[in-house]
Design a protein around this ligand. Structure first.
Ligand code: PMP
Length: 440
């Protein structure tokens, strides 16, 4: 299995690699901040895998918890049945749940991935509206350049037109205008000062469609996969207020921002804006076992679980909801986050991280740098007639030199594990800086 430029890798997803006309580069092992490539080189992980390995790789505590659980009980049905570890994990999640004390979103629904969490949250939102006598509210609003996974719900509310072009979408889905143009080329650290009024775009959609048709609005607090787009100050607050005014549920997709990425447990806490539902996955189990979870307010939970009969029209649940091994991984992961203080580590590292990333300003091809918490987006000018090609070349060069970065179009995204040290930031800057100087 060499790193060969051929496309016969039938076991990989068929489109995610096709666009680059090359077989994927192979990673064979991982420990701490580093991968080992199949040809034995150390590769610094600048992206925590895919925004998920927040506590770093190879955590023995997680591996042994999973082994213990699988030995004791490998699987238990999640319909009409439960198992203790699923409840133990839910209790632990309730303690750290997003939202202020007294109003935490401490009711949890387990899923198997981020995409499943998104579909689950969208369905809960519609079912909740119905349970409170608002059955006409079935429309879902997302945002341009939002990414919410690849389920039919996720692509419908998602703002990447290419991902949904050839598929039917949920009837009536619509999208807020994105916030990106405003902040572009401004080299902002943290939230842009201006632009909160972009949230008024929700009023436009309410006027267009009628509030009585809209169930929920879903946004990533910081859009990750489409290039680290950070909400202007006041934007999320405004969205919250407009949703409240019109009886629309607000959903934060925290699949990336959850579990410490911004220097708080959740973006909900970091921004101090509380939605009705929060979708998570990735860092929930440190990426070790696939799992997702939707956090819900008690208001929404109780209407469905204890509300009128029609609430039971929500049939929803997965074979692997609350999988015992995933719950075991999740509890061990929460132990690590707590014992190592990783939810606040991003806040401690933030100044060094921002300084390191913004020190790249002025290097060839860079047209913007955006940082928040332990995330960064570095935007490159596209090569003429070949969007994404330059960033892809930089990705290949960095990988050869021992750094894993993520490219999305012409934007480079970073999200290092939260166990990173300042020296890792220096290595990232040095390897990426050299690659940019070499890039055509
Ligand atoms: N929502 C967001 C915000 C994401 O970033 C992702 C994955 N990058 C997803 C949903 C989908 O998660 P998954 O790939 O686990 O289905």
């Amino acid at each position: 299995k060499p790193n060969a430029p051929v496309l016969d890798s039938y076991w990989m997803p068929f489109t995610a690699n096709r666009q680059f006309k090359a077989a994927p580069r192979l990673l064979a092992a991982a420990e701490g901040m580093y991968y080992t490539s199949s040809d034995g080189r150390q590769v610094l992980d600048g992206t925590a895998g895919l925004w998920c390995v927040n506590a770093g790789h190879g955590r023995r505590q997680i591996a042994s918890a999973v082994e213990r659980q699988l030995t004791q009980m490998d699987f238990a049905p999640s319909f009409q049945m439960g198992h203790p570890i699923a409840f133990d994990f839910a209790e632990r999640l309730a303690e750290i749940a997003p939202g202020p004390d007294g109003a935490k979103l401490d009711r949890v629904f387990y899923t198997g991935s981020g995409s499943e969490s998104v579909d689950t949250a969208l369905k809960i939102a519609i079912a909740y509206q119905r349970a409170i006598g608002q059955g006409t509210r079935t429309r879902l609003i997302g945002r341009e350049r939002g990414y919410h996974g690849v389920g039919f719900g996720g692509i419908s509310v998602g703002g990447i037109v290419n991902n949904r072009r050839v598929f039917p979408q949920l009837a009536g889905s619509d999208h807020l205008r994105h916030t990106h143009d405003l902040a572009r080329n401004a080299y902002v650290k943290g939230q842009p000062e201006h632009g909160a009024e972009l949230a008024d775009d929700l009023e436009r959609l309410v006027a267009l469609h009628g509030a009585e048709t809209i169930a929920a609005c879903i946004v990533e607090p910081v859009a990750g996969s489409t290039g680290v787009l950070i909400p202007p100050k006041g934007y999320l607050e405004k969205l919250r207020a407009i949703c409240d005014k019109h009886g629309i549920l607000l959903i934060f997709d925290e699949v990336i921002t959850g579990f410490g990425r911004l220097g708080a447990a959740f973006a909900t806490d970091y921004f101090g804006v509380t939605p009705d539902l929060v979708t998570t996955a990735k860092g929930l189990t440190n990426g070790a076992i696939p799992m997702g979870a939707v956090f819900s307010s008690r208001k929404v939970h109780d209407a469905l679980m204890h509300g009128p009969e029609n609430a039971i029209e929500l049939f929803h649940g997965y074979t692997y909801s609350g999988h015992p091994a995933a719950c075991a991984a999740g509890i061990a992961t929460l132990d690590i986050y707590r014992d190592e203080g990783l939810f606040t580590r991003g806040a401690e590292l933030q100044d060094d991280w921002h300084a390191a990333m913004h020190s790249l300003k002025g290097l060839p091809h860079i047209i913007d740098i955006r940082t928040i918490g332990l995330i960064a987006g570095i935007e490159l000018a596209a090569r003429d007639g070949a969007p994404g090609a330059r960033a892809y070349d930089v990705f290949v060069d960095c990988f050869e030199k021992g750094l894993l970065i993520r490219v999305t179009g012409d934007i480079i995204a970073f999200s290092p594990p939260l166990i990173a040290e300042k020296t890792h930031f220096e290595d990232i800057v040095s390897i990426l800086g050299d690659a940019l100087k070499r890039a055509a």
